[in-house]
Write a new protein. Structure first.
Length: 202
């Protein structure tokens, strides 16, 4: 099944990407009038973010629309592409909730605004970084959906670079800002997955 020379998996991927873009634009509009008192590694943050944009947005779209990186095509069974497409579409829910629950506390970079409060409700009641979980899912499965191992590998590498450079700095920034409140929050939540609490012995 093809529409405008796109197969169904490319269409689903493109729609997912459009929805993600709309979510980002909607929840990012507050940044234009927000003053930030803390900004960590702004240049490195922006460089790594631009690399992620190429790995997870621009290169996939260049592949879909213009056939770039076509020589890296790999045959993927349809059932696996169907499962991957479903996972990526469900992942949008995590992506949306992680923005909605942060509201105007969200920033695409390592920034703390004036009088910012620690968000511990909604999806953040269980996971400290649900947005990063969502991005990991997207990066891992995009190559399977598009049947392209360059897109898959480059997407994972650019996201992994940003994540592993950022996450420890972010948690240090949060500890410096919120102190004991964030320490207790760490004790009760997992970084990417809910923490399994040990049952108390009788």
């Amino acid at each position: 099944m093809k529409i405008l020379n796109l197969n169904i998996f490319q269409i689903i991927f493109t729609i997912d990407l459009i929805v993600i873009g709309i979510i980002r634009i909607y929840f990012g509009k507050h940044r234009l009038k927000t003053q930030y008192k803390i900004s960590i590694n702004p240049i490195i943050e922006r460089i790594n973010s631009y690399l992620v944009s190429f790995g997870m947005i621009y290169f996939p779209l260049m592949n879909i629309l213009f056939g770039y990186f076509g020589k890296f095509f790999i045959e993927i069974p349809n059932i696996f592409k169907i499962i991957s497409s479903i996972i990526m579409t469900i992942d949008i829910i995590i992506f949306y909730l992680s923005h909605k629950d942060l509201a105007d506390s969200w920033s695409p970079f390592l920034e703390i605004k004036d009088k910012q409060k620690l968000v511990k409700t909604g999806i953040y009641k269980y996971i400290r970084h649900p947005m990063y979980l969502s991005m990991w899912i997207f990066a891992i499965f995009e190559g399977f959906v598009l049947s392209n191992y360059f897109i898959g590998i480059f997407g994972v590498l650019t996201w992994a670079n940003l994540y592993f450079v950022r996450v420890s700095n972010e948690e240090k920034m949060m500890l410096d800002t919120f102190g004991e409140e964030y320490e207790k929050y760490i004790e009760n939540t997992g970084r990417l997955l809910p923490k399994i609490k040990k049952s108390k012995k009788l």
